[in-house]
Design a protein around this ligand. Sequence first.
Ligand code: GRG
Length: 279
Amino acid sequence: MKKKADWREFQPLIESALKRYLPSDTAYPSEVHEAMRYAVLGEGKRFRPALVLSACEAVGGNPKQALLPACAVEFVHAYSLIHDDLPALDNDEMRRGKPTCHKKFGEAIAILAGDALLTQAFHLLSEAKPPEKALHLIRELADAAGTKGMVGGQVVDILLARNGANREVDLSTLDYISQHKTGRLIQASAVLGAIVGTSSSSKIKRIREFGWLLGFAFQVVDDIMDGDGYLRVMSSDEACQKAESLIEKAKQEAESFGKKGKRLTSVADFLNVPVGSKN
Ligand code: GRG
């Protein structure tokens, strides 16, 4: 019997591409390269890069041709985690089962390693062919990572936390944070894969909608698991319903790509597993 298409099958391919596209840890100045490799390599699920490859496959492309953008989104994700863990932000000591980058290398090197991963991501995209596609990929990732996306969402999240954990928060602010802090990079991952795999703007549009729904759902599920965020304004059952409805709509979009969309459907299915068993 044929195995069900699953996004996790892409993990080994992604892992070796990440190693290849990171600077060598012996290259001068080695401290920052070691920190970059430390933050990227190891335990991550590679959800976003697998989404890049699965979206490329769904629109009819060859997923192997989407490895550059797949690594680029994982570099942006790793940079965001390094900076998010810093004392000025979440002040976390552990990440992916090991000391956070700043605990291991010190704050200055960790900040610079994050900066270098962000710039390396755009270097990778600049190598995509043809140049018009490279430009499209660069613009898409820049918008998702900057103040219109992840940074914007993170800023609103920080301002909210400054007001105190028990202060009132409205649903539209929570939606803004989810859609921007987490959702935009996940959406961009899907769109990057689609840009590599097709020139059809209608297919890219459908993938954009899929990515929006999936990225939004990702943060709702994360809040349910952390007992925070949406659970400040709704019951756990209501939050689960919100997540389920987003995931269901995302699955419908993925299924509209037929057989080629099976792996993309498996990405959406991943968010559906029972709360508490994700990591
Ligand atoms: C510092 C600019 C800047 C932004 C930070 C994404 C983010 C914004 C912070 C990370 C903190 C966080 C817990 C965000 C929610 C999204 C989330 C659950 C990220 C973890 O992603 P996974 O589950 O992690 O894909 P792995 O380790 O598997 O890659």
